[in-house]
Write a new protein. Structure first.
Lengths: 301, 425
């Protein structure tokens, strides 16, 4: 049950990361219209309808609090400053987004605000918050700072990588963004082995899952890359998934290394059952509804 | 200024900002849905146009409400770790349910707003508004149960800080849940309807030579909104009464401070503004002038809430009564066929003022609820002083957030004003 709850948090976070990449990408690309070559489709993604994306983040956050109450007092108190930074960047993003949604992307200052916020939001979220869970130190020491930079750069790289594979006009940058993504991933892996060596033992445990992911990636990559737009997006997401889940699965069973594990922090079994049940029932309604929303927007003109 | 004070101010400002948008997030879907329904049933294009035009306001305000909600959910964890640590063990289920309900709202808001022209059968589009209404009301309901829990905590055993025997359902459906949730949600509907009525009459109040079509549209919008406002204001007054009785029974300190009762006794007068009506408070509370009311003299001053809550309570209750009287007066004049008076400047002015005041009443209601619970965050269990983080970094960053809130309010106001100016009413 502990792992089921943990996977709920991780999967919500993963979906958020992918959708948020597309959103941030949209706000970055409309600021650089010469890249788009007059393609207006990107504008559709700057729209209040995409507010659902944020709900995935809130779901991840609330699930983390709900299923692992034993960890709350620790990370809650420690993460004030990075959380404030992230929230402010998100606030700036919302202001820019509402402005561009209404007035269009003509105002220079607003456009650049959106570009900066679009890059800073994923970077502060990943770089600011994740190192604490991996090292358990606050304020950050040298190791955690290395991780912060690693995650920050990786978040920016994957945002650009995923979103440019999603938007058709960005196709010409496919190779460049892929190289940037792989370089950032290598840098992150090096940082992880230096600053969070406990992940190495975790990787061994998560190996079967990772092998499956890697095989899937290879298959997708060789069959799909450079062919159809949709497939290219999926193979980019799969590549990102391999890195994302490697880190997350290797971190288990720790919530906060080295003091808090999913077992130690877990809520009482009765509450856990009720909440998993509630999630199950909610999913019956939400999954088809989400499917309908994305079908109406992304795939149907 | 100490850290707890700064933290409370930060949280309070964020809550006030959030409730301003959240109340419309709950209220507008119902108004939009009702207007679309009337448009379909009566084949009246004015109502269909109304629903469609309001949808724009709904989406813009929704974005602001959503970001403020996200901010609050993070603030709970980073600003109040001891409080959240307790809540996460005992009554976190409503948070999860709220997230799912909000999910439903967000999904169907997107679908509703952008499928106006997609269905040949208008009923299909109208049906999409139903999950939207359910989602918004349910998310308000679930999150308010946590607030009710803070007033009457139950559903767990606490032995020297060790929590056991948790039953989240019992914690969620505590004695305060019924009055808290019904009173606040009905108030959001009444307030939204009143603000819409105010916007409608505002559009022709000071203008000469208003186009006949626009005038007809505005009149319909005003009358429709006032009907909705009247119905829900009745509900607000009734639930407000039971809410006050509940507080009288369960939290004498808050009741005494709210009503300004200093001395315990029978035949206690009701104090409104500077006026005292003999025996009325006893009569309202227990049905007879003989009812005993506990005064602040019976309670240790260390457990008194700030006494300003009396002013909050009076102002809120006063506005609530006004929200009932104004539509009643409007429809009585209508019934007597005094059309000249119904759409007179005085009546219109009253509606506009009450519309603005109704938003303030919602804010005051929450301020009464929150400050009235002091010095506790969890009544009888956790003092506010113990609920906050001890980190001193709070204050420096907290200053930036109110600036962001003001910018966002100004931006949404500007977008809405510019949009509706361009497109008439």
């Amino acid at each position: 049950m502990e792992y089921l709850a943990a996977s709920l948090v991780i999967v919500s976070l993963f979906i958020y990361a992918v959708l948020f990449s597309i959103e941030c990408g949209a706000t970055i690309f409309i600021a650089l219209p010469e890249l788009l070559g007059g393609d207006e489709a990107v504008h559709r993604y700057i729209n209040p309808a995409w507010e659902t994306t944020n709900v995935f983040l809130v779901t991840a956050l609330i699930s983390l609090v709900a299923f692992f109450p034993g960890a709350v007092s620790m990370w809650g108190g420690a993460l004030i400053v990075p959380s404030f930074f992230f929230l402010l960047v998100m606030g700036v993003r919302v202001i820019g987004m509402l402005y561009v949604f209404y007035k269009g992307g003509k105002n220079r200052a607003m456009k650049w605000l959106l570009v900066i916020a679009g890059l800073a939001a994923p970077a502060t979220l990943a770089g600011g918050l994740l190192p604490f869970f991996l090292t358990g130190t606050m304020p950050y020491g040298a190791g955690a700072w290395l991780l912060a930079v690693g995650f920050g750069v990786f978040a920016i790289a994957s945002t650009i990588f995923i979103s440019s594979s999603f938007f058709r006009p960005m196709e010409r940058f496919a190779r460049a963004t892929l190289i940037f993504f792989l370089a950032a991933a290598m840098f992150l892996i090096t940082a992880l082995f230096r600053a969070a060596p406990h992940l190495a033992t975790g990787v061994a445990r998560a190996l079967p899952a990772l092998v499956v992911l890697a095989v899937l990636d290879l298959v997708l990559f060789f069959t799909a890359w450079g062919r159809r737009q949709g497939m290219r997006f999926f193979s980019a997401v799969a590549l990102f998934a391999a890195f994302f889940f490697s880190v997350m699965l290797s971190q288990l069973p720790y919530v906060i290394y080295p003091s808090v594990t999913v077992f130690g922090a877990f809520t009482d079994p009765a509450s856990a059952q009720i909440m998993l049940g509630a999630f199950g029932i909610a999913a019956i309604f939400l999954v088809p509804a989400l499917g309908l929303l994305y079908y109406l927007f992304a795939f149907k003109k | 200024m100490n850290v707890v004070y700064a933290g409370r101010a930060f949280m309070g400002i964020t809550m006030a900002f959030h409730i301003f948008f959240a109340l419309f997030g709950v209220g507008i879907p119902l108004m939009v849905s009702l207007a679309e329904l009337i448009g379909i049933v009566k084949k009246d294009d004015d109502f269909t146009a109304m629903a469609r035009r309001w949808t724009f306001a709904m989406t813009v305000l929704f974005v602001a409400g959503a970001i403020s909600g996200t901010i609050i959910s993070v603030l709970f964890v980073v600003l109040l770790p001891p409080f959240m640590s307790f809540i996460s063990k005992v009554v976190i289920l409503p948070f999860s349910l709220e997230t799912y309900a909000f999910f439903l709202e967000a999904i169907f808001l997107g679908i509703y707003a952008y499928t106006w022209t997609r269905f040949k059968n208008q009923w299909v589009h109208w049906l999409i508004s139903i999950p939207l209404i359910i989602g918004s009301a349910a998310s308000a309901f679930f999150i308010t149960t946590v607030n009710a829990f803070m007033v009457s905590p139950q559903g767990f055993t606490d032995v020297n800080g060790v929590i056991s025997n948790v039953n989240q359902w019992v914690a969620m459906f505590n004695p305060a849940t019924a009055t808290k949730t019904s009173h606040s949600i009905l108030a959001y509907y009444a307030t939204t309807a009143f603000v819409f009525a105010a916007v409608a009459v505002f559009s022709y109040l000071w203008k000469k030579n208003v186009d006949a079509g626009v005038h007809r549209y505005a009149e319909k919008m005003a009358i429709f909104s006032l009907v909705v406002a009247l119905i829900f204001s009745l509900g607000v007054v009734v639930t407000g009464d039971s809410s006050a009785r509940f507080i009288a029974q369960n939290d004498p300190a808050q009741f005494a401070a709210g009503e300004g009762v200093m001395q315990t006794g029978r035949d206690v007068p009701l104090k409104i503004g500077g006026i005292e009506i003999p025996g009325l408070l006893s009569l309202l509370t227990g049905g007879s002038r003989d009812t005993l009311i506990v005064g602040l003299d019976a309670i240790s001053p260390s457990l008194w809430p700030p006494l300003v809550v009396h002013e909050y309570f009076d102002t809120m209750a006063g506005i609530g009564i006004l929200m009932l009287i104004v539509p009643i007066a409007f429809f009585l004049l209508w019934w007597w066929r005094r059309r000249r008076w119904v759409f007179s400047k005085i009546m219109a002015g009253l509606i506009v003022v009450t519309g603005a005041l109704s938003v303030i009443a919602v804010e005051l209601g929450w301020m009464f609820s929150e400050e009235g619970r002091q010095p506790y965050t969890l009544r009888g269990i956790m003092l506010t002083n113990d609920a906050f983080t001890s980190s001193t970094t709070v204050m420096a960053y907290a200053v930036l957030f109110p600036i962001f809130y003001l910018v966002l309010i100004a931006l949404t106001a500007w977008i809405l004003a510019a949009h509706y100016k361009k497109q008439r009413t």
